[in-house]
Design a protein. Structure first.
Length: 117
């Protein structure tokens, strides 16, 4: 080995010892975090879909018992308002869940900073 290569190896060893070699990104952990997160997101979407169907079926039952067009419009307006509010709540929850999943996945592969002396 040449003198130059020897000096380079020695310098690299000193740097690795003093600074520390950052661990490689943990892609397996990131994949697990993403899979768990998307499973939670899918569950949230199913819950939202179920509640929308349930509200629609309840409104349909109420509409069958309406005595006037005014009653029918009131039921439809109540359904539309409820669905709109549920949708807004769901968008807020899904946004928060997506942000947490993305952050956790990024944390899994983010390089750690070397210990300070």
């Amino acid at each position: 080995m040449s003198e130059r290569a020897s000096k380079m190896n020695k310098a690299t060893t000193i740097l690795d010892t003093e600074i520390g070699t950052p661990p490689p990104p943990d892609f397996a952990r990131m994949a697990m975090v993403m899979m768990n997160g998307w499973t939670a997101i899918g569950g949230q979407m199913i819950t939202f879909s179920h509640s929308a169907w349930q509200a629609s079926l309840t409104a349909a039952e109420e509409m069958r018992q309406c005595q006037s067009p005014r009653d029918l419009v009131e039921v439809q307006m109540r359904l539309a308002r409820g669905q709109y509010e549920r949708c807004l709540d769901e968008v807020c929850e899904m946004s928060g869940l997506l942000a947490r999943v993305s952050s956790a996945a990024a944390d899994a592969i983010a390089p750690t900073s070397p210990p300070s002396s």
